[in-house]
Structure formats: C-alpha cells, structure tokens
Design a protein around this ligand. Structure first.
Ligand SMILES: [Zn+2]
Length: 338
C-alpha cells in the first residue's frame, strides 16, 4: 500500500468543542495524524509526503468564494475584535436566508454549518495539505497499486461552499473528481464512516458520473441529522446514483459487512473506472463518538471485500477518534486490503 500524507496536517489542533450545551475537548485532534501515521509506518507500508498540485483540483469541487474565505480568514482576523486563538461564530445561515453578507462575522456563518470547525492560525495549511494527500493518492491509484491518503482534518461533511462536522475541504470528493477527470469514466465513492457523508452526497447529488454509496448510523437521531436517509437517491441526471444504507445504532460486524456487500454490488453494477473509499474508522465499537459496534476483525474483513472489487482504489481517511483501537483498526484495514 502506498501511503500519502502531509506534515501540515498537524498544524490545525482545535482543543475545545461545543457539544450538547457543554464545552468539551475537541475530538478531531492533531494527535490523530501522528497515531495513524505511526500505524501505517509500523505496518511496513511505503510513506510519501504529498506534493503540491495547487488549487485547481480543489476548485474542481469547491466554490471559489468559499476557498478564498478559508484561505484568508485568519489573516483578516483583525476585523473581529476579541478574537484570540480561533475564529468561530454562533450565527449560521439557513436555507431561507442565504444572502452573502459583506462582514467577516456573517461570512463565517455563511460558510460554516456548526461550531465544530473553528479557523486557527494553521487551519488553512492543514486542510490544504490534507487535500493534497488525497490528490496524490488519487493520482497514484491509477498507476497500479492501491493507495491510502492520511487526510486530517477529514472531509466528507464539507459541501461545495461550507465546512461542518470537523471538515473543511472534501478530500474524498476531490480525489473522486480527480479520478473521474483522469479516467473519463464513472467513479464510485464508498463511504463507511459511521456518519453519513452528507457533503459528498450534496456535491454529486445531481450527477451520474460519480456514484456515492454511504453506510452509516441512522441519522434520525445521529449526526448529520438532516441527510443520509434511504430515500435520498439523487436528482435529475443523478437519480439512482446516490445510495444511503442507514443502520440501526449499535449494529455490529454482521449487519455492517452485509451493508458493505450490498454497497459493493451497487458499485459493481454501475461499472466504475475507479473507487474512492471514504475510510472513517469511527464505526468502531471503541470509538468515543461512534454509534456502531464494528470490531477490528470487521475492519479487516471489510477491507478484503472492498479489495475483491478489483478497482483502482484510493482510500481516504475520514473520521475515527482517539482511542486505543484507532491505530489498530487502521493497521487491520490496510493489512486486510493486501
Ligand atoms: Zn465520522
């Protein structure tokens, strides 16, 4: 397995998070990058620091105004009296009020969906580096061997023009679009993070050239709440090219692996040229914010099933939070993919 990562991933390290009315420790810490990198290295995989493919592959997926905002907002912080170590708002745009305001505080509310995505001094460097790892992994996947992008921060909750759910740039979508452009064929995304890949769904919802399949805990009572239901199947030319497989909270290996088999069969039927796996590890039974009960053996078996699809594949890291099982589950997945 070829592993792509970017050292700037550690430059974004939010320490606090507003959850259910309380300020708690932010789950998406820079330490995740170091632990996952160590697990990949210990597994004997080849590590590569991602190069710089520039902004174009990012702008192929994201809104230019949003990308400029992310890049520049920290430098513009003097417009926000009282800002110390991070930029965050409590005022968010709703679909029925979506005017683009002039002021910075309003723009933050327009371009973020919740309080989980503060911008700090190193945030842009980290999210840009994370996207570059996904781009490098996509490019290398077409050269023959499966690849893994150690993306951090994660990406699958980011829409074309908004951050949310710890995500800023949608790394899996950027990789998929890169593969689609290079192959000229359809690309499939299999999202096995415990949370629905709502940003990815939003990006490709009206398109037939990217099939999105997401397997996740039922959003009826779980993040991201407002999307991820089985009846969301795409729109217009994209009708039939979005598949959601919500699972009851507490589901274990048998149910999860059956859903992966079902997702893979839909993917095979769409005859894709390449595959992106949005590899969240937070379906783990040990994950501190998870809702499913997948074991290390389950992750290993899932990897084997996905590898059997025989497609050029880029694995893109999504969620999976600090616990002793996190590096172990990555190691098992990468090993199971061989
Ligand atoms: Zn997740």
């Amino acid at each position: 397995m070829q592993i792509f990562h970017h050292g700037d991933s550690r430059r974004h390290d939010p320490d606090r998070y507003f959850r259910r009315g309380a300020i708690v420790e932010h789950p998406e810490r820079a330490e995740r990058y170091l632990l996952l990198l160590e697990a990949a290295r210990d597994g004997g995989h080849a590590l590569h620091e991602a190069g710089d493919a520039g902004l174009d592959p990012i702008l192929a997926v994201h809104d230019a105004g949003y990308v400029t905002f992310l890049r520049d907002v920290w430098e513009r912080r003097s417009a926000l009296p009282g800002i110390a170590d991070e930029i965050l708002t409590g005022h968010f745009a709703r679909p029925q009020m979506h005017r683009r305001p002039e002021g910075l505080l309003g723009l933050i509310g327009l371009y973020t969906a919740d309080t989980s995505t503060p911008v700090r001094a190193g945030t842009w460097a980290a999210v840009y580096g994370s996207a570059q790892a996904a781009i490098a992994a996509a490019d290398a996947a077409l050269r023959g061997s499966p690849t893994y992008a150690l993306c951090r921060p994660p990406g699958h909750h980011a829409y074309a023009d908004s951050a949310g759910g710890f995500c800023y740039l949608n790394n899996s979508a950027i990789a998929a679009e890169r593969l689609r452009a290079a192959t000229g064929g359809r690309v499939a995304i299999l999202d096995i993070d415990v949370h629905h890949g709502n940003g990815t769904q939003g990006l490709f919802y009206a398109r037939s050239d990217v099939l999105t399949v997401s397997i996740h805990a039922d959003p009826a009572d779980y993040f991201p709440y407002f999307a991820g239901y089985a009846d969301e199947t795409g729109v217009g030319p994209g009708e039939g090219f979005n598949r959601n497989l919500p699972l009851a909270q507490g589901s274990g290996d048998a149910v999860w692996l059956a859903a992966i088999r079902e997702g893979l069969s839909a993917i095979a039927a769409s005859r894709p040229a390449a595959l992106v796996v949005a590899l969240g590890l937070d379906a783990s039974e040990d994950d501190p914010i998870g809702a499913l009960r997948v074991t290390t053996a389950g992750f290993r078996e899932a990897a084997g099933l996905i590898a059997e699809a025989g497609l050029p594949t880029a694995l893109v890291q999504e969620g999976g939070y600090l616990c002793p099982a996190l590096p172990r589950n990555l190691a098992a997945f990468l090993d199971g993919f061989r």
